[in-house]
Design a protein around this ligand. Structure first.
Ligand code: PEP
Ligand code: MG
Length: 592
């Protein structure tokens, strides 16, 4: 902190979503629950005990409900963790001690329960025994749930605020994002995170400026501080002076006029200056994004991430709920192709109810039990989703694709389960598309280098560069410490994309890119020149990419790709791509 807390200060991080915003900060800390402490009159003790008993009953019921859902969806073994939770709630010692604490101290029951639970947690944590440490974690989970009930809050409620705010957080998980009052978020600032973390992807799709990887923004910024966020250059200014505000006001106006120029291409065809068509589609997370897709003139939906409905709810959504969700997207697309990706839970997208898969701590979640790996183990859950997608396919044009395929066995197994799901619907007499195209996401190097084999068992490829780059470069996409190693322009990335395209073309398969690389105009010419057929883009950035496509001659992209493929370093390639783009947009932007 500076000596004068009101003095203007600048922090620099990773520019993650373009735009400039100005407003008061909302600092969100993943702190423990804010449990109030107040004294109770002795004649109210019975009332406190009654509240406690009612909360115990309600929480037991809640856990029982989750247990049944988990047993149905994931299996009996996974559901058993909730038996341990029930035992905590029935633990006579814990209950009696809480009541004794109330009588001894005279504090409110939530305060007493929290104090007693904490003593148990500390005790079990202090013993060097894995089984007992697990017990500490059970008590922690159950205590949180019970305290939420006592405090009258739903478990993990919406993060809401009464005014528009710049949201500042150490980190923001996809499940926090799903529960954020998005209409009131002016900008996003985080200590951690990289350019392709899911919260950032969401910010970009909503057109909210974001700067991430600032390390200590939550220490530097206090709630209510006046803050400017510059998502173009990755700068955050705390307590800006009048002069700085003026400068940023002008920058905002200038950028707005450029964005207006990009927007003029929305109704125009997506084709190069020499008339070659190039498909630009959009990435969506829910039916709410459809309006943005339509407004930005996307040809279709190249990636519908289906995790949203799972991350939002407190339990697994049923086939019917999923069907309604997917159907809303398919109908909203009004006859345009919708590419629905099957569930990609895991990595940084863990369920907020912490059940089933995600109570297991993973050292390397991005290389762990996620996406298709999870679905191929929990086949009932997977088939439920496949049936919901198939049913939605009766309402429009749908393709399906599997995330995180690492080789042919997984692809074949997923296809078998898809056939099973179709047969289930046949038996039930439910309508669905009979010839739904099936695609494979290419985001693991082992898949990329066996695309010749995979191509025989699917009808298109979609390259998930967010993951592919992290696995090629061994650079965690969320880790800001090694963000400089996460290089989309690295020769290895270019060569891998070229291999995928070459293998696909031998069997006439189309290849799209749906990772964030597709949304960055720096790579548009290169990806076209490498033979990519389609880019699936964050809707808000689509007009800019289309504008650029319309200035490009196709032969120039081939020359660009050839030149880049002959270069040795990511930096050289990046400079070349930058020059290519600048040359085409020189009338529009000044590049000082
Ligand atoms: C990707 O990895 O590029 C991708 C599109 O999937 P996600 O970002 O959801 O992992
Ligand atoms: Mg991915």
């Amino acid at each position: 902190m500076s000596e004068n807390p009101q003095e203007e200060r600048t922090l620099t991080g990773i520019p993650a979503s373009p735009g400039v915003a100005h407003g008061p900060a909302f600092v969100f800390l993943h702190s423990e629950l804010d449990v109030p402490a107040y004294t109770i009159e002795t004649d109210q003790f019975d009332h406190e005990i009654d509240r406690f008993e009612k909360a115990l009953i309600a929480t037991r019921k809640e856990i029982q409900k989750i247990r049944v859902e988990i047993a149905d969806n994931l299996g009996e073994a996974e559901a058993q963790i909730f038996d341990a939770h029930q035992l905590v709630l029935e633990d006579k010692a814990l209950i009696d001690e809480t009541i004794r604490e109330l009588r001894d101290t005279g504090f409110n029951i939530e305060h007493c329960f929290q104090a007693v639970a904490q003593r148990y947690i500390d005790f079990f944590d202090s013993i060097d025994d894995d089984y007992l440490k697990e017990r500490a974690s059970d008590i922690r989970d159950v205590a949180r749930r019970l305290l939420h009930t006592l405090l009258g809050q739903a478990f993990d409620t919406m993060i809401t605020f009464s005014e528009d705010r710049i949201f500042v957080a150490e980190d923001i998980t996809p499940s926090d994002t799903a529960n954020l009052d998005q209409g009131r978020v002016l900008g996003l600032i985080t200590d951690k995170g990289g350019h392709t973390s899911h919260s950032v992807i969401m910010a970009r799709s909503l057109g909210i400026p974001a700067v991430v990887g600032l390390h200590d923004a939550t220490d530097q910024i206090d709630p209510g501080d006046d803050v400017i966020i510059d998502g173009y250059d990755g700068i955050v200014i705390i307590h800006p002076t009048a002069e700085t505000l003026f400068k940023y006001g002008k920058l905002k106006d200038k950028r707005k006029s450029i964005v207006d120029t990009f927007s003029k291409t929305i109704p125009l065809p997506s084709q190069t200056a020499d008339g070659r068509e190039f498909i630009l589609s959009a990435n969506v997370e829910s039916a709410q994004d459809i309006d943005l897709v339509n407004r930005n003139g996307a040809r279709g939906i190249g990636l519908f991430r289906t995790e949203g409905i799972f991350l939002k709810s407190n339990s697994f959504p049923s086939e019917e709920e999923q069907y309604q969700d997917y159907r809303a997207v398919v109908e909203g697309a009004q006859g345009r192709m919708v590419t629905i990706r099957t569930l990609d839970l895991g990595g940084d997208k863990s369920l907020k109810h912490g059940v089933g898969i995600h109570h297991i701590h993973e050292e390397n979640p991005f290389m762990g039990f996620r996406a298709i790996r999870f679905c191929l183990q929990y086949t009932n859950l997977f088939k439920e989703q496949l049936r919901a997608i198939l049913r939605a396919s009766a309402h429009g044009r749908v393709r399906i694709m599997y995330p995180m395929i690492s080789g042919i066995e997984e692809l074949k197994r997923a296809n078998e389960l898809l056939e099973d799901a179709k047969q289930d619907l046949e038996k039930r007499g439910e309508a669905h598309s009979k010839d739904l195209p099936v695609g494979t996401m290419i985001e693991i190097p082992s898949a990329a280098y066996t695309t010749d084999i995979l191509a025989e068992h699917c009808s298109f490829f979609s390259i998930g560069t967010n993951d592919l780059i992290q696995y090629l470069m061994a650079a965690d996409r969320l880790n800001d410490q090694i963000a400089h190693l996460y290089q989309p322009s690295h020769p290895a990335v270019l060569r891998t994309i070229r291999t995928i395209v070459d293998n696909a073309k031998k069997r006439n398969l189309n290849v799209s890119v749906c990772g964030e690389m597709a949304s960055d105009p720096l790579y548009t010419g290169l990806l076209m020149g490498l033979g990519i057929d389609e880019l699936s883009i964050t809707p808000a950035l689509l007009p800019e990419v289309k504008y650029l496509v319309r200035t490009i001659h196709f032969d120039d992209t081939l020359a660009l790709a050839k030149k880049a493929m002959d270069m040795d370093t990511a930096a050289e390639i990046r400079t070349e791509l930058n020059n290519f783009r600048k040359e085409r947009l020189k009338d529009l932007m000044d590049w000082e």
